[in-house]
Design a protein around this ligand. Structure first.
Ligand SMILES: NC(=O)CC[C@H](N)C(=O)O
Length: 442
């Protein structure tokens, strides 16, 4: 039997027999985009298999790149940025922190493992996506893999983009694009598909600057939502665009989490929570002044542990009195080294940010926590005496290396220790466990 027929048969067998079996056994909840909130296939979906349309990337700084469309036949404008990640395009593209950006992949071959179905875990969190939609405005790849293969895949990258109305361009020199973005800095851009692609006039094109909008308000939850209500500790999350794997990282460790809107006044409910977490999120942190004000008041009244990631680091830093600035081209990738200033150890981290804290002079009571080993930019801050700290990188690492996953353990250990201290409960090891430990030591 020819191998192509064999592999088609295998795929058919998986879709028709194995996947429904997995569903029935509770190994998955929903697997197919077509029945999920991702919506049914729309008109552009049909377009993918027809003749590819031309596409052009226009940079506001004057350069153009002509290629082929493999996503939605629509044109968009946004901030052109690049990521050096090698894998994880479904996670990156659904990361709310990418809202408003046109993402260039330095990895030349993209799409070869397709796009997974909408599996959910036992907490109701998505397993393979970081939010319930594609967040990037568009994507730029060098070589689009027209054939895909993976056991979780239900459609191609092009089909997924088309269904979400997200344009995608391939066949362009991404190395040249990245050189421009690195030298000049991130710049506004347009991705034009179809007839508009032949217009190469960059000077008179319309560019929308997403950083002028409050992108956090666009992606944050509108109402409080809880996960894992039976956890032993209660964590409040200020949702600036929280990634699913941050929620997973907390509930998997036994915490109960409540996701609050970005401008929710935490000080009014502070006594109901054992710890506070400030999430990642898109855009300019200076657009999120309400959250900074709430955090400033929180720091005055709340003595329990606080932890922040990425936007959370920027907002906590601003509340502590630091300023932020825009990096020339940002740090986006899954291979960025950050040095822990408390022990000198360097971790490889997952990152996606365009802004950084200006940390040359630290406010009284605060010290640097991590520093970027490539460009010296701030990677985290911590309070000198209280359990309050934040990091600029992504310890939840989806995708990316898990070197700093331990930060979730440390945060939750602080929360549990603080909770038992405040409730006056002393934690005793059962005698059997003490004996076990003694045995191990001998
Ligand atoms: N991932 C994030 O939280 C990004 C933070 C902020 N929007 C920045 O670009 O710097």
């Amino acid at each position: 039997m020819p191998s192509l027929v064999r592999s088609n048969l295998a795929r058919h067998y998986f879709k028709v027999f194995l996947r429904p079996l997995a569903l029935n056994r509770g190994l998955a909840t929903v697997t197919d985009h077509t029945v999920s909130q991702f919506g049914p296939p729309s008109a552009p979906y049909a377009n993918v298999s027809s003749k590819p349309l031309p596409a052009t990337l226009k940079l506001k700084t004057g350069q153009t790149f002509q290629g082929t469309s493999f996503g939605a036949p629509t044109s968009v404008s946004g901030e052109a940025v690049f990521t050096t990640s090698v894998v994880g395009y479904p996670e990156s593209m659904t990361d709310p922190s990418y809202r408003g950006q046109i993402l260039t992949f330095t990895q030349p071959l993209i799409g070869n493992y397709g796009v997974p179905g909408l599996f959910k875990d036992k907490f109701g969190l998505m397993e393979y996506f970081e939010s319930d939609r594609i967040q990037v405005e568009g994507i730029i790849v060098n070589d689009y893999a027209t054939k895909y293969s993976h056991w979780t895949a239900v459609e191609s990258l092009g089909e997924w983009c088309a269904r979400h109305g997200v344009p995608a361009i391939s066949g362009v020199d991404t190395r040249a694009i990245v050189h421009i973005l690195r030298d000049q800095g991130s710049t506004l851009a347009r991705l034009d598909v179809g007839e508009e692609a032949s217009n190469l006039d960059t000077a008179n094109a319309e560019y929308e600057d997403p950083n002028l909008r409050n992108l956090v308000a666009e992606v944050s939850t509108k109402v409080p939502v809880s996960y894992n209500p039976f956890g032993d500790i209660k964590i409040a999350i200020i949702d600036c665009g929280v990634k699913q794997n941050i929620l997973r990282s907390l509930v998997r460790r036994g915490a109960s989490v409540t996701v609050l809107p970005w401008d929710f006044d935490f000080t009014k409910v502070a006594d109901q929570f054992d710890g506070l977490f400030i999430s990642n999120g898109p855009g300019n942190p200076k657009k999120v002044t309400s959250t900074v004000n709430i955090l400033r008041q929180t720091l005055e009244i709340y003595q329990k542990p606080i932890f922040g990631i990425c936007m959370g680091n920027l907002l906590l830093g601003m509340a502590a009195g630091l300023d932020v600035y825009k990096l020339r081209f940002g740090n986006r990738g899954h291979n960025v080294p950050a040095v822990n200033m408390t022990n000198g150890m360097c971790a490889i981290t997952s990152q996606n940010h365009g802004y950084a804290l200006k940390d040359d002079i630290m406010p009284t009571g605060w010290k640097k926590y991590f520093v970027n080993a490539n460009d010296g930019s701030n990677e985290g801050i911590q309070h000198i005496s209280r359990p309050v700290r934040s990091v600029q990188f992504h310890p939840e690492a989806k995708g990316g290396p898990q070197d700093t996953d331990y930060l979730f353990d440390e945060f939750l250990a602080q929360v549990r220790a603080e909770k038992s201290k405040q409730s006056g409960i002393k934690i005793h090891f059962p005698e059997s466990l003490q004996r076990q430990q003694a045995t191990v030591r001998v």
